[in-house]
Design a protein around this ligand. Structure first.
Ligand SMILES: Nc1ncnc2c1ncn2[C@@H]1O[C@H](COP(=O)(O)OP(=O)(O)O)[C@@H](O)[C@H]1O
Ligand SMILES: CC(=O)N[C@@H](CCC(=O)OP(=O)(O)O)C(=O)O
Length: 265
């Protein structure tokens, strides 16, 4: 049986709350075995941008990224958030290494082609078989925990802003060629909810048919749509298990407990 690895993603609403983040990082550092952390930070980039006079423009859950916005997200994701996460994990004796997709050419991407919308410097990742899995495996063997910011590169010198959920699913799929991968999306709610206002309405198992039904009813919307699309795509491409759940319950989720929403095909 192949070695297990957990790919764990945290979003901006967890990063933005100091208490929740501290708790998450303590729990994350205790998750046994090989692991990779992927972080977003969209809400923080928007807040900092606004202070600098930049209004965020989001279309279909993706940030329109002009040259100034690319500078902003490089500073916020690749600098402020990534390096603080690494320092906070080091304080917990978790030997983290902060990376973007450009480092060691781990995640090659290309600028999203302009169709109806010009997203600017937004990256679509190349296929998962282009991911530098050998490098990630060597880090895992050394007990080093990669921490990825939501940035990729085009191979021609430009960084590209890339949705963190997509980075997590791409890494998870790529690592599935060598490991048994659990992909865990952590956010600020208990899981995918039947009623987004009711934290007790967690859907414990979600399959494609039920997803389609809930999407039609409008019970699943906004950022949850690309997250679920990424989750199903990851399972179709060899990822062993995908769970969407509360960052506060990462230990239970990582141990295969009942918390969160288990996504199945
Ligand atoms: N059925 C649902 N259950 C839970 N959250 C949902 C649901 N439908 C929509 N959402 C929204 O999806 C959001 C999570 O997606 P997103 O904002 O992209 O999170 P993150 O930044 O953590 O990736 C939640 O904060 C919630 O507002
Ligand atoms: C292209 C694009 O939209 N990139 C995202 C990357 C950050 C992200 O995904 O952050 P969360 O996981 O916290 O939402 C953005 O700039 O908002």
């Amino acid at each position: 049986m192949s070695t297990k690895i957990s790919v764990i993603k945290i979003g901006g609403n967890v990063l933005d709350n100091a208490d929740n983040l501290e708790r998450f990082l303590t729990d994350f550092s205790l998750v046994p075995g090989f692991k990779v952390l992927v972080h977003g930070g969209g809400t923080i980039a928007s807040e900092i941008g606004k202070k600098m006079g930049m209004e965020p423009i989001m279309i279909n859950g993706r940030r329109v990224t002009d040259a100034n916005t690319l500078h902003l997200v490089t500073m916020v994701y690749g600098g402020l958030l990534n390096k603080n996460l690494v320092a906070q994990l080091q304080a917990r004796k978790c030997n983290a290494l902060g990376l973007t997709g450009a480092d060691a050419n781990v995640i090659p991407a290309h600028k999203r082609p302009v169709k109806d919308i010009d997203y600017g410097f937004v990256g679509d990742v190349e296929s998962p078989d282009q991911v530098n899995v050998a490098f990630l495996a060597s880090l895992a063997e050394q007990g080093i925990v990669p921490v990825f910011a939501a940035l990729t590169h085009d191979g021609e010198g430009s960084l590209l802003n890339t949705n963190a959920d997509t980075i997590a699913s791409t890494l998870a799929v790529a690592l599935s060629t060598r490991f048994e991968v659990n992909l865990i999306y952590c956010f600020e709610k208990k899981g995918v909810l039947l009623n987004v206002e009711d934290e007790t309405s967690v859907i414990h198992h979600l399959q494609p048919n039920y997803y389609a039904e809930l999407k039609d009813k409008g019970a699943i919307f906004a950022g949850m749509l690309p997250k679920l699309d990424n989750a199903f795509a990851a399972l179709e491409q060899g990822v062993k298990a995908v769970v969407i759940g509360d960052a506060a319950e990462i230990q239970d989720i990582a141990a295969g407990g009942k918390a969160g929403t288990r996504i199945t095909l």
